[in-house]
Design a protein around this ligand. Structure first.
Ligand code: AMP
Length: 147
């Protein structure tokens, strides 16, 4: 059975191209919806919630920049379902799982860096999304950039 609704988690870097392309390959032209999701993590969360300054303006800039980059992706990949794509604040794992449930997605596609050592201990979004996912998860292996 082909997938009916694929949710692609994008970090909005140039690395999201191979992830989106893989999702497109799995989609059947007639029947599969492909949507994008990007989560903007609240800055206060990144700083442990204890920041003695107002981050709202910076946060808004971050959100606007993400919106612009999403827009570029919609233009580049016109087959993506804009209506079901989401840009939201929160914690990636939680938001991606919730969205996949709400939209009855049957596959989540994420990028994976195949981390080693300390980076592995710090964890990855792909790992995070896999645990407790409400549907299948595909981790697309991303190539290391040449140094
Ligand atoms: P990372 O583990 O953070 O290097 O990210 C690996 C993959 O997780 C990316 O290729 C995306 O598929 C997904 N991802 C990371 N950050 C986000 C985010 N903020 N919103 C949506 N997906 C994300």
């Amino acid at each position: 059975m082909p997938y009916e609704h694929i949710l692609v988690a994008v970090d909005l870097t140039e690395e999201c191209d191979p992830v989106i392309k893989r999702a497109r390959e799995l989609a059947t032209p007639a029947g599969t919806k492909v949507s994008l999701v990007h989560i903007v993590e609240p800055m206060a969360m990144a700083f442990g919630g204890d920041v003695p300054m107002d981050l709202s303006q910076l946060q808004q800039q971050q959100f606007d920049q993400a919106k612009e980059r999403m827009e570029r992706l919609f233009n580049k990949y016109p087959e993506i379902n804009r209506g079901d794509s989401h840009l939201t604040y929160g914690q990636p794992r939680q938001e991606i799982h919730q969205l996949a449930k709400d939209q009855k997605c049957d596959l989540i596609v994420v990028g994976s860096h195949g981390r080693h050592g300390l980076a592995l201990l710090l964890g990855s979004t792909a790992n995070d999304v896999l645990h407790g996912a409400p549907c299948d998860v595909l981790a697309v292996r991303l190539q290391k950039k040449a140094e």
